[in-house]
Design a protein around this ligand. Structure first.
Ligand code: ADP
Ligand code: MG
Length: 243
């Protein structure tokens, strides 16, 4: 579903991704953990070309691009394969909840308003927010806004869902409602990469955990192996620190 080979990204002199190799299978849930600045967000952003990688190969679904030479059309095709959930929701403030979700359907799938609204309403049901359909984002709690963000990402029926610290901007009491929604999506065999500091949650939903530091994948494995018996010194230190 996702295949990354020798992915490299630099910002100025700094090497942020130093030859990442990673394959995520169909329906697999992969949690990415690691210290701040290790390249986790850049990795997700490169996957749908929100950042331009410099070297390597990216494949999502059946779209494959070579980082050194890709076209506008390929960018567009690759972006359709994955959908991103951002830390700060990134909702349109001047659109209602329903319109926020319908907008991507109308743009990417050229749907009529009626059809897009119908599908958007179904997605709101999935995240438990039908009563907020005509509300504006500013009137919602952070947890509710993020649930809309997730519904919007799902709207385009992506091959893979990419979540970048989806709960880290939330007040502690709002975290669990968002995790509950992510949990229910993970159960439906959605292919997911989720950057998170919620180790207990990663342990519960992730088929595999990847520990990144300094632009490298240092260690990966099943959550209970990686958390309970980390092999590398850096992984040990990180897990001890965060617990
Ligand atoms: P993480 O998500 O693991 O915290 P990031 O991928 O956001 O790490 O960042 C990795 C490194 O790249 C950091 O040192 C960060 O400062 C740098 N970086 C990220 N985005 C940019 C950018 N747009 N311009 C310059 N440096 C960046
Ligand atoms: Mg980040």
């Amino acid at each position: 579903m996702i295949d990354i080979k020798n992915l490299k990204k630099r910002f100025g002199d700094q090497i942020v991704l130093d030859g990442i190799d990673l394959t995520v299978g169909n329906g697999e849930v992969v949690a990415v953990i690691g210290p701040s600045g290790s390249g986790k967000s850049t990795l997700l952003r490169c996957l749908n070309l929100l950042e331009e990688p410099e070297e390597g190969m990216i494949q999502v679904g059946d779209i494959k691009i070579n980082a050194t030479s890709y076209t506008k059309k390929e960018t567009y095709e690759l972006r359709k394969q994955s959908a991103m959930v951002f830390q700060n929701y990134n909702l349109f403030k001047n659109k209602t909840v329903l319109e926020n979700i319908a907008a991507s359907l109308r743009i990417t799938k050229k749907m009529s308003k009626t059809e897009a609204h119908q599908i958007a309403f179904g997605l709101l049901e999935q995240v438990g927010l039908t009563e907020k359909a005509s509300a504006y984002p500013v009137t919602l709690s952070g947890g509710q806004q993020q649930r809309v963000g997730i519904a919007r990402a799902l709207a385009v029926n992506p091959t893979a869902l990419l979540l970048d610290e989806p709960t880290s901007a939330l007040d502690p009491e709002l975290v669990s409602e968002v995790l509950q929604v992510i949990r229910s999506i993970a159960k439906k065999d959605t292919t997911m990469m989720i950057v998170t500091h919620e180790l207990a949650f990663a342990r519960e939903v992730a088929d595999r955990v990847i520990f990144m530091a300094d632009g490298h994948i240092i260690e990966q494995g099943r959550a209970r192996d990686l958390f309970d018996h980390p092999k590398h010194e850096r992984t040990k230190r990180f897990i001890k620190q965060i617990n």
